[in-house]
Design a protein around this ligand. Structure first.
Ligand code: PMP
Length: 413
């Protein structure tokens, strides 16, 4: 198949920045198609971690000595980098977390304790959600008596009307992924958030699978909360960020207690620090924040628009190559897709497909992708997912298509 137009030469050269991608796999070049699970790391991120630990590391917000002041500056500068990346209006709206999972648990816990939700109030999700945007709301439901509803349509799109069909006078919050980690469906986040705001409904957007592929502007989206994980954005694992509207963060109770999140502690009562410190109990992942900032600077060096156009071309090529393989059935045919393609091979279990592909040097994810309700919605127990990153070339999808040829041969399809 001819390589598609729209690829960007600068983005094409990004692959050389990722040392791990040069590692052969089972004697073959590695075709890494599992970036939606976690992305590989470029030299600049690895170097930033090493440099920080070698020359500036100390605990933050505590010491009067120079090193601690410098480490604090780096940590707070990283917060400003995230602020600019999401176009939040102030850095106090950015809370560092372990990742998106922790951020969603934070919001569910704090909202649950805030007294804003009453029994019978509703939280609307979509059937495409990752478990990390389902289970925290169920824990909140158990504590508050709220009801959970879920929206979807058959093709794996979730349009605004599908979401608002589930909305009632009791809906207090809509929580949804900006991009599905299973089907790659891009949700109309701006329309959903704006319509929700008009009705006084809070919104939380899980941006894990969106930020690596497109620019995000939380003010333009008009969301109340937005979250992502650093490790899917070429940054270290164990670090992520939550954007929260300042008046909300300033009025909600903390979710964890400990050092750094207080103003004054007595045995009778404790007063809490303003955000973001209120939500960052204990020593944070200081180097992780520095590494995340390096990853954001790296991505911004290419420009989100250039990345999006390039990846769209590679992704379209991948969809066409898969579509051309007999027995391959795409799961979800969203109108707009980013990052991921899910499919099954009729007659072969996804785990067997994944194992054969591995021997061919092709790394894909197989299973339910932490989205069991989505699997049930599509009527499959599991899928094979190919997902791409800034370093993915059409050759990776050629290797996938060749590997699927091997699967057909072995299973006599
Ligand atoms: N939401 C989505 C859409 C995801 O893809 C993931 C990770 N697979 C998560 C949330 C959870 O992210 P993490 O494990 O980094 O907290």
């Amino acid at each position: 198949m001819n390589a598609p137009a729209g690829q960007n030469p600068e983005v094409l050269s990004a692959r050389a920045d990722f040392p791990l991608l040069a590692r052969p796999m089972h004697g073959r070049p590695l075709a890494f198609l599992d970036s939606a699970a976690s992305a590989q790391k470029p030299h600049v991120v690895l170097d930033s971690l090493r440099d920080f630990y070698e020359s500036e590391y100390a605990n933050v917000h505590r010491g009067v000595y120079l090193l601690s002041a410098q480490a604090t500056d780096r940590y707070e500068a990283a917060r400003e980098t995230v602020q600019r990346f999401l176009n939040a209006s102030r850095s106090e709206e950015i809370v560092f977390t372990r990742g998106a999972t922790e951020a969603i648990n934070l919001v569910a816990e704090s909202l649950g304790r805030s007294g804003r939700f009453e029994p019978g109030d509703e939280v609307v999700l979509t059937v495409l959600e990752h478990h990390s945007n389902i289970v925290p709301w169920q824990l909140m439901r158990d504590a508050t008596g709220v009801r959970i509803r879920a929206a979807a349509d058959a093709a794996g799109n979730v349009d605004v009307d599908a979401v608002f069909r589930e909305v009632s006078d009791r809906t207090r919050l809509i929580a949804f992924s900006h991009v599905s980690n299973t089907t790659g469906t891009v949700l109309p986040a701006r329309e959903i958030c704006r319509r929700a705001r008009e009705r006084g409904i809070l919104t939380l957007v899980d941006g894990c699978q969106a930020v690596p592929h497109a620019a995000v502007d939380v003010q333009d989206l008009a969301c109340d909360f937005y979250t992502f994980s650093g490790h899917k954005l070429y940054g270290p694992s164990g670090i992520g960020a939550l954007f929260g509207r300042h008046d909300l963060l300033a009025s909600l109770p903390p979710w964890q207690g400990g050092g750094s999140m207080i103003e004054e502690v007595t045995f009778e009562r404790t007063t809490y620090a303003p955000p973001p410190a209120r939500y960052e109990a204990g020593t944070p992942n200081i180097a992780g924040a520095v590494g995340l900032a390096a990853a954001i600077d790296y991505v911004r060096g290419f420009g989100s628009e250039a990345i999006r156009r390039h990846e769209d071309a590679v992704l379209k090529y991948g969809v066409d190559r898969l579509d051309a393989v007999d027995e391959v059935r795409l799961i979800g045919t969203p109108a707009e897709r980013a990052g991921s393609i899910s499919f099954v091979v009729d007659g072969v279990h996804p785990h067997d497909v994944g194992t054969v592909l591995d021997t061919e040097g092709v790394a894909v994810r197989v299973g339910h992708h932490c989205a069991q309700p989505a699997m049930r919605h599509f009527g499959v127990p599991a899928t094979i997912r190919a997902s791409l990153g800034i370093y993915t070339h059409v050759a990776d999808f050629d290797a996938l298509a060749d590997g699927l040829g091997k699967v057909r041969e072995l299973f006599r399809l």
